[in-house]
Design a protein around this ligand. Structure first.
Ligand SMILES: [Zn+2]
Length: 317
């Protein structure tokens, strides 16, 4: 049943515009600027969460910017705004050995930094909610493994995970960390400096730098290796989508954290939730594709909002 209250436009706040002061000195900031979150919308979110018994959560890149991973679309600080680089397209990866060589060379350089990112307070809050038995299922559009690092169990990685590698020949799944060791063995003379790391672990290298980079193939069948990640232009596995719809059907409220929902693979679950008349809350900096479907909208930094919210079930001993 849809809850009766509905607030989308936040109250004007007298507080000054907040800057990304929580980012450690010397680290690049990938969190968009936002006004201080108003207390009224936080209170509505708290009520929303307190009523939930089987909460379904969708997370996106906005959750990981506070861990130092840039997103693609944020105004001013996202990869699209700062650079002319665009993510790898699925068809290009499949078609072109040269594209794969360039992709893996950049990914190799960026891996030590990308794989070292740690969960932030938003990831930890969601893990606590799972331990409380209220968070029924979490679907993330992120491929950075930060929910897994926080210990989240009831989790679907909708677009896969960059910490895994799949063979396009035999389907074998291996650890990305093991592939890094093979890269090092195959390319003892090769080195490059990591630049700006993208959400998928990619970095910037000139073409001539990657010409001599050697890319290993599957140890089982010699097939092409690809991150176990849904590239742009590819579709999410149908069985995964059906599985997530089943978990959604078991839930009684939906919370979006840190996603503008511009990609249909996530947005479709908002449409399904709306069809079911389930209440929807969104925490995100800036507008989302589903604002018109939301009962509660909080504009703010995910970590600050989620760690400031204490639904009644969260405080029960
Ligand atoms: Zn294989």
């Amino acid at each position: 049943m849809r809850l009766l209250w509905r607030v989308v436009a936040p109250h004007p706040s007298p507080s000054p515009v907040r800057t990304a002061s929580s980012v450690p000195a010397g680290k690049p900031n990938f969190v968009p600027a936002c006004s201080t979150t108003d207390a009224h919308s936080l209170e509505l979110l708290r009520d929303f969460l307190t009523r939930a018994r089987r909460l379904f959560v969708i997370t996106g890149a906005g959750l990981s910017t506070e861990s130092g991973i840039p997103d693609y679309r944020s105004q001013g600080v996202g990869l699209y705004a700062r650079t002319d680089r665009r993510p790898m397209q699925h068809a290009e990866f499949i078609r072109s050995a040269k594209s794969r060589q360039r992709y893996w060379a950049r990914n190799f350089v960026g891996w030590p930094q990308f794989s070292s990112h740690q969960p932030n307070s938003a990831h930890w809050a969601l893990r606590r909610w799972e331990q409380r038995g209220v968070l029924h299922w979490l679907v993330t559009q992120n491929v950075d493994a930060l929910h897994s690092k926080a210990g989240q169990k009831r989790l679907t990685e909708l677009h896969g995970c960059s910490h895994r590698v799949v063979c396009l020949g035999c389907g074998a799944i291996t650890a990305r960390e093991d592939l890094q060791k093979r890269f090092v063995l195959l390319n003892p003379e090769w080195s490059a400096q990591a630049g700006v790391v993208a959400p998928d672990g990619d970095v910037f290298l000139e073409d001539e730098q990657v010409l001599n980079f050697r890319v290993p193939s599957c140890e089982q069948c010699g097939g092409i290796l690809k991150p176990e990640v849904t590239f742009f232009g590819d579709t999410v596995n149908r069985e995964t989508v059906l599985f997530v719809h089943d978990r959604l059907a078991e839930s009684d409220a939906l919370l979006v954290v840190g996603s503008s929902l511009q990609v249909y693979s996530g947005y479709r679950f908002l449409l399904a939730t709306s069809d079911r008349k389930m209440p929807i809350a969104i925490v995100n900096i800036g507008p989302t594709r589903a604002d018109h479907l939301a009962d509660v909208k909080v504009s703010g930094r995910c970590g600050e909002v989620l760690s400031a919210i204490h639904p009644s079930w969260c405080c029960e001993q």
